[in-house]
Design a protein around this ligand. Structure first.
Ligand SMILES: *[C@@H]1O[C@H](CO)[C@@H](O)[C@H](O)[C@H]1NC(C)=O
Ligand SMILES: *[C@@H]1O[C@H](CO)[C@@H](O)[C@H](O)[C@H]1NC(C)=O
Ligand SMILES: *[C@@H]1O[C@H](CO)[C@@H](O)[C@H](O)[C@H]1NC(C)=O
Ligand SMILES: *[C@@H]1O[C@H](CO)[C@@H](O)[C@H](O)[C@H]1NC(C)=O
Ligand SMILES: *[C@@H]1O[C@H](CO)[C@@H](O)[C@H](O)[C@H]1NC(C)=O
Ligand SMILES: *[C@@H]1O[C@H](CO)[C@@H](O)[C@H](O)[C@H]1NC(C)=O
Ligand SMILES: *[C@@H]1O[C@H](CO)[C@@H](O)[C@H](O)[C@H]1NC(C)=O
Length: 920
């Protein structure tokens, strides 16, 4: 209950903040249109629309509508087509009515989080209806039975916040698009009772999906389901009533799976024993497939059904006859061909099994000639001890002839001719008539499985008789050669770039009379719409005097000469050192006009293998990000192997110093009020980054040494970096997260998967540090207390423990203690084990905001509208910046419309552009 009211408070606050930053426009026109068309109960033109039943407005003077709740309100009629002008809308609940006609477009509703349209009578979904719904978390359209056929909307690829997509019984056609498997937050995908066709996309392996309902498609999904083996978050899988084929894969990594519905498909093969050992599994249906082998059984009460058309060897659980078991293994190595399924049932292989001949009850002949089989020859043939004739000729079999076929004492004929076999030929007794012709790679130490039948003797096709059967096929060699060539190409390119830049630096260094003041250069435009394509280019200095070239980065950020940085830091003198981090030393500098800056100096080696291009592209983006709670990155410099980053100077140092080193530094301990204010600032900074992180991902390395304090003790987050396409950008994240153990979410440690929830977790750890005055990892503590999160979460189990756990210097009165408890609970929530249980950053802001507010009754919300245009995704913002580059004060008018005194002014000596944060 408390959480819920906090949540609504949180929502309200968000609304307040967002509204303040947006152009005012009134929603009355659309609202009256809805009133006219649908006459919802409790709506009346005699009242302002914010008072209408189910309507929530923000508290801005223009009263923008943020939520409309009209579920189960007996509405009928057609929705107005211009609903999408309700640009502040976050929730729209219209489910369980009788609305009809075409669905309006919701395109561009960038704040819309919840959209419930299920249980209506809509007739069509316009193309692009969900475009630009970058905040969308839930889209529910189930139970709209008369919809004209429509595909799963391709534009949802950009709804990266999407958690839930429900569209059962909604007349969807087409295939399941691959992007659904890549949406980083998708947990629930329910599209049963439609007419989806095609296969499960391979992107599903590794997706976050937990609940997957694809059952009862009109024609049926097809293909195998091996991809499920990689979907380790699955809890519920409904695939019944489709046309799936192939065996049930080994799902032993799906440890949370409890409900698996596979009935009414065409699955073949033996049910893996690992399936029924899954720890969470409760319900399995296997009826009406073509499953073989032993009847599945479970000793721990899993509810299994398996009736109908299956071909199990017995009617009750228990092992199959050894010959049957061996032949099923043989079939398994061939991928359980459907042609062997129909007759291969029962527990006697000599009772009408196709391709099998027997003497008495002994299998003596297996005839697989010309069956179009692919796969391998199973060593389980060796278990058919009476086998005399084995004909495998004229198929597409790969791999070796298994050694243990030589143990078949009765064997007389073995024909494997005209396949794609490879490896050494085992030595059979002379009594065996062996035919291996027509296998280009056999006996040649070359597996050759995937190479073309016309494959020549490959260059590596060593002499027959070498003991080690592993060598490379032509295909593999080609791949290796291409890989090596690409690698050489990359190396040459990087070398070229380095030489090129070094040459340019040498040239510059020869200048006798270095410029006084900041020499800066700025180029014209971003290279490529997405803003990631930056390459070094050269431009002439804008300042006078020296006409030599300056290395600059595309993207319009500022290159600062090494001479200037030397000068302002007294040649990087010891006295100017502000701090040392894992990635370099930070120096203080002072420009001739008195502006202080911080210069981080890194050896390029410290950046690992991260290439120059990436560095530059990243800088290009990060210099553009600007927020009052993010440390501004003012410019950068490449000097030989060194990279230097120039930041806004934060006079009060790091949060670490104030929390853990205050005595040594001679600081007063932070008060609770200061701590909460700092936490709120950080939450706001991170929330802003998350709002930008629609496509690109900006990740913070969130720990107190990366939280810097200004004169007024207001905090800013330093050290964030860009991760391109989070999954692909993994290596870059790892560079960033090195050394942050203690702040890392468990799923990051286990999967390397970066989501906003990883940040939320790290933020929770920082909150715990703020409350307890203890470090995330404290070796001086006994084991059970060394890991702050583990210990503090245990403390949280009983609220009465909290006072004993808080920082001694706080010595709180009752009111403060109440505030501390709220933050402690938030910290617990943020560090929940499961990412989906953690709140988003907005929630943290909403909890912390009111706590700070109570000390600071001035109009705080004003300052939060720090001119950030939350409508734009990062790529959009970049495009705007690109378009506006060079037109001087765009940043004041566009994204920073409201000039906040607290946004650091650019040093006068810098050209007119942006600012903000790090990268290392
Ligand atoms: C939906 O529309 C169909 C006709 O198109 C009508 O028969 C049906 O009653 C409607 N259902 C509801 C729930 O309004
Ligand atoms: C996704 O967003 C990008 C950038 O805004 C846009 O170019 C692209 O067309 C969008 N994709 C779809 C399918 O809407
Ligand atoms: C399902 O879609 C296929 C085309 O993919 C179509 O041939 C078939 O008629 C549809 N079935 C139904 C029941 O709509
Ligand atoms: C079947 O095999 C068993 C064991 O190898 C053997 O004892 C028996 O004589 C065989 N039966 C026939 C009919 O060949
Ligand atoms: C042949 O090899 C397979 C796999 O290595 C093994 O399971 C089987 O027992 C072996 N059979 C004989 C008769 O050696
Ligand atoms: C044989 O198998 C290879 C590899 O599995 C495959 O590429 C090829 O198409 C197959 N050829 C035939 C005739 O099935
Ligand atoms: C492989 O090499 C042998 C001996 O060098 C040659 O007789 C044969 O024609 C070659 N095969 C192919 C496919 O080139």
């Amino acid at each position: 209950m408390a959480a819920e009211s906090l949540h609504s408070l949180a929502l309200l606050l968000i609304l307040l903040l967002r509204a303040a930053g947006t152009a005012s426009s009134d929603d009355s026109a659309v609202m009256s249109e809805i009133l006219t068309k649908l006459s919802p109960p409790g709506w009346s033109s005699s009242q302002t629309y914010c008072k209408w039943k189910g309507v929530t407005c923000d508290s801005s003077s223009s009263s923008r509508v943020t939520a409309i709740h009209l579920a189960s309100s007996s509405l009928s009629g057609v929705l107005p087509s211009d609903l999408s002008s309700l640009s502040q809308l976050q929730t729209l609940s219209l489910q369980q009515n009788s609305l009809s006609g075409a669905l309006p477009s919701f395109s561009g509703l960038a704040f819309l989080q919840y959209l419930y349209l299920d249980g209506n009578n809509f007739t069509s979904v316009p193309a692009g209806a969900f475009k630009g719904l970058t905040s969308l978390q839930t889209l529910s359209l189930s139970g709209n039975l008369v919809l004209a056929p429509w595909p799963i909307p391709p534009e949802l690829i950009n709804s990266t916040s999407l958690v839930t997509f429900y569209a059962d019984n909604a007349n969807i056609v087409g295939t399941i698009p691959g992007f659904l498997g890549s949406l980083p937050n998708l947990l629930n995908l329910r599209v049963s009772y439609n007419n989806l066709t095609g296969t499960l996309p391979s992107s599903f392996g590794g997706s976050t999906i937990q609940s997957l309902w694809l059952n009862n498609q009109a024609t049926g999904l097809s293909g195998g389901i091996n991809v499920l083996a990689g979907m380790t978050d699955l809890t519920q899988v409904w695939l019944q009533k489709n046309q799936f084929t192939g065996p049930i894969p080994d799902l032993s990594k799906c440890t949370t799976l409890f409900d698996l519905q596979l009935r009414d498909n065409r699955f073949t093969g033996v049910v893996p024993t690992s399936l029924l050992a899954l720890p969470s599994l409760q319900n399995v249906s296997l009826d009406n497939n073509k499953l073989q082998g032993p009847v599945p059984s479970s000793s721990r009460g899993i509810h299994i059904t398996y009736d109908g058309t299956n071909s199990f060897c017995n009617t009750a659980p228990g092992p199959c006859d050894p010959q049957v078991a061996a032949l099923l293994e043989v079939a398994g190595a061939l991928g359980y061909p459907i042609t062997l399924v129909d007759s291969w049932n029962g527990n006697d292989a000599c009772q009408g099994w196709s391709a099998i001949s027997c003497q008495g009850t002994n299998v003596t002949t297996v005839t697989f000639s010309k069956r179009g089989f692919s796969g391998t020859i199973s060593p389980a043939f060796a278990n058919l001890i009476s086998l005399r004739t084995l004909l495998l000729n004229d198929n597409n079999l790969t791999g070796p002839i298994p050694d243990n076929l030589t143990t078949l004492t009765q064997l007389q004929v073995l024909d494997v001719s005209n396949n794609n076999l490879s490896g050494l030929i085992p030595v059979f007794p002379t009594s065996v008539k062996l035919t291996t012709t027509g296998n280009p790679f056999i006996g040649k130490l070359s597996p050759g499985g995937g190479s073309s039948p016309s494959g020549t003797n490959s260059t590596s096709g060593g002499s027959p008789g070498r003991s080690n059967g592993s060598s490379l096929s032509g295909g593999v060699i080609a791949a290796v050669v291409i890989g090596v060539l690409i690698f050489i190409g990359v190396v040459l390119f990087v070398l070229y770039k380095f030489c090129y830049i070094n040459r340019r630096h040498r040239k510059f260094n020869r200048v006798d009379n270095p410029e006084i003041g900041m020499e800066v250069a700025k180029n014209g435009a971003m290279n490529g719409v997405n803003g990631f394509g930056g390459l070094p280019s050269e431009l002439h200095s804008q300042s006078s005097g020296d006409h030599s070239d300056f290395p600059v980065f595309e993207g319009g950020n500022v290159a600062i000469s090494i001479q200037v940085l030397r000068q302002v830091t007294h040649n990087f003198s010891e006295e100017n050192i502000l701090g040392r981090g894992g990635f370099g030393v930070v120096y203080k500098g002072e420009l001739h006009d008195g502006t202080k800056i911080a210069v981080k100096r890194m050896e390029s080696g410290a950046m690992g293998t991260k290439g120059m291009n990436e560095f530059q592209a990243e800088i290009a983006v990060l210099t553009k990000v600007r927020h009052r709670h993010l440390v501004a990155l003012l410019g950068s410099c490449i000097n030989g192997d060194e990279r230097l980053l120039v930041y806004e100077y934060m006079p009060q140092g790091t949060l670490t110093q104030h929390l853990f080193e205050w005595q040594e530094k001679g600081y007063a301990p932070l008060t609770w009020k200061q701590r909460v204010t700092i936490a709120l600032d950080v939450a706001r900074g991170v929330e802003y980054l998350h709002s930008l992180a629609q496509q690109s991902f900006i990740h913070r390395d969130l720990k107190p040494s990366n939280i810097l304090l200004g004169d007024d003790m207001r905090a800013k987050v330093a050290d964030f970096g860009l991760v391109k396409n989070a999954p692909d950008g993994k290596y870059s994240v790892e560079t960033r997260l090195a050394g942050t153990f203690g702040y890392l979410a468990p799923e990051y440690a286990a999967t390397g998967r970066v989501t906003t929830k990883v940040d939320v977790y790290a933020f929770g750890v920082v909150l715990m540090e703020i409350i307890t005055g203890r470090k995330a990892l404290d070796d001086t503590m006994p084991d059970e207390r060394a890991h702050l999160v583990t210990w503090f979460r245990r403390v949280l189990i009983n609220k009465e423990n909290i006072p004993k756990a808080i920082d001694q210097t706080l010595n709180p009165d009752e009111e403060t203690l109440e505030s501390i408890i709220k933050v402690a609970e938030l910290a617990g929530h943020c560090t929940a084990r499961e990412p989906f249980q953690r709140p988003d950053m907005g929630h943290a802001v909403n909890i912390l905001g009111p706590l700070v507010e109570q000390w600071k009754p001035t109009s705080h919300q004003e300052e939060e509208s720090s001119g950030i245009n939350l409508h734009m995704s990062l790529p959009q913002a970049l495009q705007r910046w690109q378009a506006d580059e060079g037109t001087s004060s765009v940043f004041n008018t566009m994204s920073f419309s409201n000039t906040q005194s607290s946004i650091p002014p650019k040093p006068l000596t810098f050209p007119d552009s942006f600012s903000s944060t790090d990268c290392r």
